[in-house]
Design a protein around this ligand. Structure first.
Ligand code: SF4
Ligand code: SF4
Length: 98
């Protein structure tokens, strides 16, 4: 059962390794954005996660990911849908960063 759980969760969470960041033509701080989204969604730290996101330099936020074909997707060794995760993260976190 644990093995099946591990398989099902394999591409569901970010390891914050930063491997995908090398493929971004911009300067999106992917691992940091993923971490803040985790604080928002799972730790009940909505306000703090939004503050952290707002403190990133504008170019490091995921504000342009919805207009990008997402070359970062192919770079994640864990097969995560990086671009879609970032689009969602920006939607959650950007209220305070606008
Ligand atoms: S979707 Fe595009 S802009 Fe956003 S992190 Fe991936 S490569 Fe960079
Ligand atoms: S999305 Fe994948 S490659 Fe990018 S930081 Fe997370 S685990 Fe690493």
């Amino acid at each position: 059962m644990l093995h099946r759980y591990a398989q099902e969760m394999y591409d569901r969470y970010c390891r914050f390794c930063g491997t995908c960041e090398g493929k971004c033509p911009g300067d999106v701080a992917i691992a940091d954005v993923m971490r803040y989204a985790m604080y928002f969604k799972y730790y009940g730290r909505e306000k703090r996660s939004m503050e952290l996101y707002a403190a990133l330099p504008p170019r490091s936020r995921a504000s342009t990911c919805d207009r990008c074909p997402g070359p970062c997707n192919t770079a994640c060794p864990f097969g995560r849908r990086v671009r879609d995760e970032l689009v969602e993260a920006h939607r959650l976190l950007s209220f305070a960063a606008a």
